[in-house]
Design a binder for this molecule. Sequence first.
Ligand code: NAP
Ligand code: G4F
Length: 385
Amino acid sequence: MGKTALISGITGQDGAYLAEYLLKKGYIVHGIKRRSSLFNTDRVDHLYQDPHVDNRDFILHYGDLTDAMNLTRIINDVKPDEIYNLAAMSHVKVSFDIPEYTANTDGLGTLRILEAVRLLGLNQKTRIYQASTSELFGMAREIPQTEKTPFYPRSPYGVAKLYAYWITVNYREAYGLHASNGILFNHESPIRGETFVTRKITRAVARIALGLQDTLFIGNLSSKRDWGHAKDFIKAMYLMLQQNEPDDYVISTGVTTEVREFIRKTFSAIGIEISFLGKGEAEIGKIVNINSSLFEDTVGKTYLKSIIKRNSQDPVVVKVDKNYFRPTEVDMLVGDSSKARQKLGWIPEHDLDSLINDMIIADLELMKKESHIRKGGYKTFNYFE
Ligand code: NAP
Ligand code: G4F
């Protein structure tokens, strides 16, 4: 018999990759999805199995991290060997708009899962992974950040996750739960939420290349992040729950990059060289060269003429919009994941260039569909979030 895993946040980026990974390992995967007025299972639709079929190994349950009774019932029904608590209101900027909801979901939600496992007497059976975050380091007290670096969160999201981190440690120490925190640095992918900065950039660059959008409006260009690939990072979650002892681990690539550089690299991956001019809110990103053969290879010959024409009329493709700035910012994150590499044997397979490549290729494909839809006379929309 394979193991049984329960994933909260299965419809999110990490939940989808983790579900796929565990299914390949022979797990029966249960997931918690929220009720929504539109289908919200895009990222796991390829794993979906008809509920009328026997012996399914992928099963979804309606639930919400703010509903303790519902979580307790699901955990009691499933009696999982492993719980991966990935559900969260995960957007740092949005957490300033909905701080109480964020605290409830990201902070108390974790408590609800831990308490359910304890009350159901599953302490010895069920191992728990808590999705902690490098946002805990916030105004980072040292460079690079390790498991021993003091926390200094800078957003309602970071503060809620701080509670979740410590309540996980507390349940481990108080009740002997096999509960581990993965302190994951930013990880991205072609299925990253569209409003996180990397995906916002790769989508916008693809749209600009295809003539669907003129400008990328962006916030703080100078903040630095340690960006890895989600496909690498979910493997670390699994590894943590295979250890004899629970523990807390930093998961990161060890390389930090400015938002500005991420934008430059993304354009460059499709043959568009841009340079940044000006300062603060007046900073702009301007096309300085187009490598026609690289553009043709990556984007397609059909689109070359229009990008050249557009460049001759208006080469400015990036503008700063202060609405994307945060009340308090995390300026710089870079992690030291030596402990995970040594104890878990975790080794990431992607670097930043391969991540960007993966994302821009996927977004070009996606946006080409939109381009065809427009050419067919139908309406499509720009989202500037
Ligand atoms: P994501 O794409 O935003 O997915 C979040 C998931 O949580 C979605 O399935 C979402 O459901 C679900 N969710 C939100 N509120 C919920 C609630 N009240 N009850 C039940 N489910 C709820 O996030 P991700 O990037 O996969 O990240 C996974 C986890 O790792 C999150 O806890 C995040 O905070 C943490 N983390 C992420 C990173 C990163 O760089 N990606 C780094 C460190 C830590 P819907 O699909 O219905 O919205
Ligand atoms: O992509 P971001 O929104 O991610 P952020 O805030 O680092 O949070 C992500 O990583 C955390 C791990 O450290 C996770 F815990 C969290 O759940 C989430 O996945 O922003 C990255 C940086 C920030 O400094 C932000 O100010 O990019 C800057 N930025 C500049 N312009 C922007 C924009 N961010 C967004 N979302 N949109 C912009 O237009």
